[in-house]
Design a protein around this ligand. Structure first.
Ligand code: ZN
Length: 107
């Protein structure tokens, strides 16, 4: 079960953004993919928490960059921002979805 969870997690973090990039940002999908990989950096907010990692805790609504307010900002950004900023917003929004399923689909 643990293996399945980890596989899904990395699939969503590393592979799925390729499809998002191809679908939404076809002209510059390689760059879009790289930018979306970089949005994983929002996980730095985990460094502020003790313990840093806890598989029984949901990141969403716990860490500052994973709060519901932050998610609203990412969602608005995906709709209203342009160019690279839109890609970043979409990447962050999708990151939140990944973390969300991590918790709610497996616990
Ligand atoms: Zn996260």
């Amino acid at each position: 079960m643990e293996i399945a969870k980890i596989s899904v997690h990395y699939f969503l973090h590393l592979v799925f953004p390729v499809f998002i990039a191809l679908f939404f940002f076809r002209q510059n999908w390689k760059k879009a993919y790289l930018i979306m990989l970089c949005t994983m950096l929002v996980d730095v907010d985990h460094l502020l928490a003790t313990p840093m990692f806890d598989s029984h805790r949901c990141s969403i609504g716990f860490h500052p960059l994973h709060s519901y307010y932050a998610i609203v900002v990412y969602a608005l950004g995906s709709i209203f921002l342009k160019g690279d900023y839109r890609i970043i917003s979409v990447g962050l929004l999708f990151h939140m979805l990944t973390d969300f399923q991590d918790y709610y689909c497996w616990n």
